[in-house]
Design a binder for this molecule. Structure first.
Ligand SMILES: Nc1ncnc2c1ncn2[C@@H]1O[C@H](COP(=O)(O)OP(=O)(O)OP(=O)(O)O)[C@@H](O)[C@H]1O
Length: 482
């Protein structure tokens, strides 16, 4: 067996992984490689460029370098990346980002967040169908992520670590996939590949600083574990795959249960799952939050609070429990659990009816039920004949608004509007008159004083209490009105 055979054998895992990915995609796809110039993404770039030329002449490849501006060498790295791309005839884009303020531990995660936002903005702007973002993550990265999440006390979802394939929804319509083609490949194989092809790559000295937790895991913890369990990286990565499967099953279970409940992006009706075991209830709540608010993860103290608040609820209308999270707030109103990303507050805005989306009602993403409902309600308003104008003032209700308070209170009560919503309920003002209380009724002759009001296709709007129980404030935020 000659040297060349041994070498080419060593290259096989990387080449096969890249080939496997390339053969799974449409030849017209647009690939974006997140290219830091480090060993992992240099290997991926080289393997992609080589195999795309050989077999997939049509696959378009663009490398993106993000300059965080925090390392002294970052501009030199950018030039290195540019040169490598030019030698491989790969299109190169570099983008500068500002990290602003960050805590010591928060540096990595802030850089990562802004980096992914930068990739997304480039991909979205080009808006090519079949777009893929590729990163150079490999098996050791997966083992590290698993351990980091383990020590953070993560559940099944966190221990599932990084998926090899992830669909990313960007805005309402555009989607692309984030793929990690080398995720199952040991780091050693990437090093062999780089050595064989004598790839030049940049070395980020901060990767050696063990004050960063990931570096501590990489340089101290993993080698220590491997001294007793030599194939620990691969077994940890396998455990992550078991967790991904378990997580999928749990999501499926929760998704089936959720179909039976009243819920929206803002609330979930707990009374509908009262009969289930607490572990099942927790799983449904977790899934509901993940679906609408992916960054919000509850810990055991939060779940205990939910259980306690739910068990101790009284039938009083005035219940208004809250639990502040690091981002947003949990609230219980009657038997509904709410997640409020922002608490309602007074607002006032001049709106072109067209600008609040009335013209585009048919284009709304039907998955976002809350947005569809809000649009359709305004749509009903527009088509009611009240609306022969294009500009209105949308604002929160004021104490001196001439509306029939008794009737409004009845409306709030009978539609289970949480107390924190009522104070800032949206009204529409036209020519200094409050003409429409959203979700409620229109005012005769544009006068909000009399509530013997003709109802505004009342059934269409009010029939389903769960629609009205949504947070208008949140909806308007989502719609970009506020
Ligand atoms: N500055 C950068 N510009 C472009 N791509 C980058 C940059 N930094 C990292 N990447 C991409 O991310 C991959 C993983 O890099 P690294 O392990 O350093 O990231 P990380 O901060 O640990 O984030 P993650 O959680 O994504 O692993 C790289 O292989 C590369 O594809």
């Amino acid at each position: 067996m000659g040297d060349s055979f041994i070498f080419s054998n060593k290259n096989a895992p990387v080449q096969e992984a890249v080939q496997c990915f390339l053969s799974s995609i449409n030849p017209d796809s647009q690939l974006y490689l997140a290219f830091s110039g480090g060993l992992d993404s240099s290997v991926l770039l080289h393997a992609l460029a080589g195999q795309r030329q050989a077999k997939h002449g049509y696959v378009s490849l663009t490398a993106i370098y993000v300059n965080h501006g925090i390392q002294k060498d970052s501009l030199a790295w950018r030039e290195h990346c540019r040169e490598v791309c030019s030698s491989l005839q790969v299109e190169f884009i570099s983008i500068d980002i500002e990290l602003g303020s960050y805590s010591r531990e928060g540096l990595e995660s802030k850089a990562r967040k802004l980096r992914y936002q930068a990739f997304e903005s480039i991909i979205k702007k080009a808006s090519k169908p079949d777009s893929y973002l590729l990163t150079g993550h490999h098996q050791r990265d997966q083992a590290e992520t698993f351990l980091l999440n383990l020590f953070r006390g993560s559940g099944v979802n966190g221990l599932a670590a990084m998926p090899k394939v992830k669909m990313v929804q960007s805005g309402d319509v555009f989607k692309y996939q984030h793929i990690r083609p080398l995720l199952n490949i040991p780091y050693r194989c990437l090093q062999d590949y780089a050595e064989y092809y004598q790839l030049r790559h940049v070395v980020d000295e901060s990767n050696a600083e063990i004050r960063f937790r990931r570096n501590y895991v990489r340089h101290k913890l993993l080698p220590e574990i491997e001294s007793t369990w030599p194939i620990a990286q691969s077994t940890l990565a396998s455990t992550a795959i078991h967790m991904q499967e378990a997580s999928k099953l749990l999501d499926k279970l929760a998704g089936n249960s959720l179909k039976q409940l009243k819920f929206s992006s803002c609330f979930i009706e707990l009374v509908d799952i009262e009969e289930l075991e607490w572990v099942e209830q927790k799983n449904i709540i977790r899934f509901w939050l993940k679906r609408y608010w992916p960054g919000v993860v509850l810990n055991s103290a939060h779940y205990e609070w939910i259980l306690d608040a739910f068990l101790n609820f009284t039938s009083s209308q005035n219940q208004n429990y809250g639990y502040q999270l690091s981002k947003g707030e949990l609230r219980l109103y009657k038997t509904r659990l709410y997640y409020l990303a922002n608490m309602p507050k007074p607002f006032e805005k001049e709106c072109e009816l067209a600008s609040i989306g009335l013209e585009g009602v048919a284009d709304v993403d039907s998955e976002r039920q809350d947005v569809v409902e809000a649009y359709s309600e305004l749509f009903v308003f527009k088509n009611s004949g009240l609306c022969s104008f294009s500009k209105v003032k949308l604002r929160s209700i004021k104490a001196d608004d001439q509306v029939n308070r008794k009737q409004l209170k009845k409306f709030f009560q009978s539609n289970d509007i949480p107390v924190w919503e009522r104070e800032f309920w949206p009204v529409i003002e036209l020519a200094d008159k409050t003409v429409f209380v959203l979700g409620c009724e229109r005012c005769a002759d544009g006068d909000a004083g009399g509530l013997k009001l003709e109802s505004l296709q009342k059934d269409a709007v009010l029939d389903k209490t769960e629609q009205v129980g949504l947070s208008y404030w949140q909806r308007m935020k989502l719609m970009g009105i506020l």
